[in-house]
Design a protein around this ligand. Structure first.
Ligand code: COI
Length: 355
């Protein structure tokens, strides 16, 4: 149980919900009626408030805007058939948030601020949780440095906030992926394992170039040889080779420790797969493709859930897949969706009841 936090709550005078069609939602464009805001000052968290969603007034010298001390999380809330609100594995995101904070020299956010703040915010905006299949309320906790100062050093002041966005699927169709060899997302000793805002900004040029070539996203490879695969866009990646599911390991600190990745590993084992978390060379993937044993490739992520990869291109070699014939990734996707939406037993205790 998370302690109850003393939060000052100001309710919105009217709700924007009636203006929104919850059945047709692009990812991350609409936001609920309320947001949570807290300040880190003089070494402690204070001014914890839930208030109507509104713009922030920030100084042009705000440190985060200049040096990028900014981190975030992505979590999803669902409503079951009885209308009860649940959040999928939020404690895992809480732990990862503070790992990111440590890497970026930012203060730790206490569990009661993160968890109980999120709970009270969702309780207030519970009606914003879409009930249509594959839809959810995307929860975006984030923190940024708020010193008004452009000297390069960790800030003394920070803001922690949570906003909520009712949302549909992030990637709607199977994807075409370009194996990246020029640009690098993460290298050993870097920030690849942190959910740091800059990781996403830094990925945009490579993604834009891949899009010009007709691809949806890039599959990142290691910084030294451009051979070992890392992750795709906003997702971890899995390769089903025969009866083994292989996903890159975390050892180098270059990959985000995805909550959907962890959940997929658990469910793949239940489906009878041997799961290997290890370095995976693109040559091994190509050899398996040529031998006919590379059966499925898919991405996992909170926003993306499970996304099928229908094409993978490395240099001039194109691997194409008939995703309509696949069993595993679709089974995994429905299994996870059914747990999240309350249609299947949650035997791992992944759903956290908002209450
Ligand atoms: C998430 O899955 O929560 C992500 O981080 C993706 C987001 C950057 C859109």
């Amino acid at each position: 149980m998370t302690a109850t936090l003393d939060i000052s709550i100001t309710k919105a005078e009217s709700s924007k919900l009636q203006d929104l069609n919850l059945d047709n939602l692009p990812f991350g464009r609409y936001f609920s009626d309320h947001m949570l805001e807290a300040d880190y000052e003089d070494g402690e968290w204070k001014n914890v408030e839930i208030k109507p969603y509104q713009p922030l007034i920030l100084s042009p010298s705000l440190a985060a805007l200049h040096y990028g001390q900014a981190i975030f999380e992505g979590i999803k809330a669902y409503r079951d058939r009885n209308g009860e609100a649940y959040i999928f594995r939020p404690h895992d995101n809480f732990r990862r948030f503070n790992i990111s904070a440590e890497r970026m020299q930012m203060p730790q956010v206490p569990e009661e601020l993160f968890m109980d703040g999120m709970r009270q915010l969702i309780q207030l905006d519970k009606n914003w949780i879409p009930t249509r299949e594959d839809h959810s309320l995307y929860i975006r906790p984030f923190m940024f440095s708020s010193d008004e100062m452009i000297g390069v050093r960790p800030s003394d002041n920070y803001k922690f906030m949570i906003i909520l966005s009712p949302t549909g699927p992030y990637y709607v169709a199977p994807m075409r992926i370009y194996v990246e060899e020029k640009y690098v997302r993460a290298s050993q000793g870097g920030v690849g394992y942190a959910k740091a805002a800059g990781n996403y900004g830094a990925a945009m040029l490579a993604t834009a170039e891949a899009k010009k070539k007709g691809y949806d996203q890039v599959l990142w490879t290691d910084a030294h040889e451009h051979k070992y695969v890392q992750e795709i866009g906003t997702m971890n990646v899995f390769f089903i080779i025969g009866k083994t599911a292989i996903t890159p390991d975390m050892e180098q600190g270059t990959i985000l420790d995805g909550v959907t990745r962890q959940s997929s590993i658990t469910l793949l084992k239940e489906l009878g797969f041997a799961v290997e978390e290890r370095p995976l060379n693109i040559d091994e993937i190509i050899a398996a493709y040529k031998a006919g044993s590379l059966l499925e490739v898919f991405g996992t992520g909170t926003a993306a859930t499970i996304t099928l990869i229908k094409e993978l291109r490395y240099k001039n070699f194109v691997m194409e897949f008939d995703v309509d014939k696949w069993n595993t990734a679709p089974a995994l996707k429905s299994w996870l969706t059914d747990i999240r939406e309350g249609r299947r037993e949650d035997k791992y205790g992944w759903m956290w009841r908002v209450g």
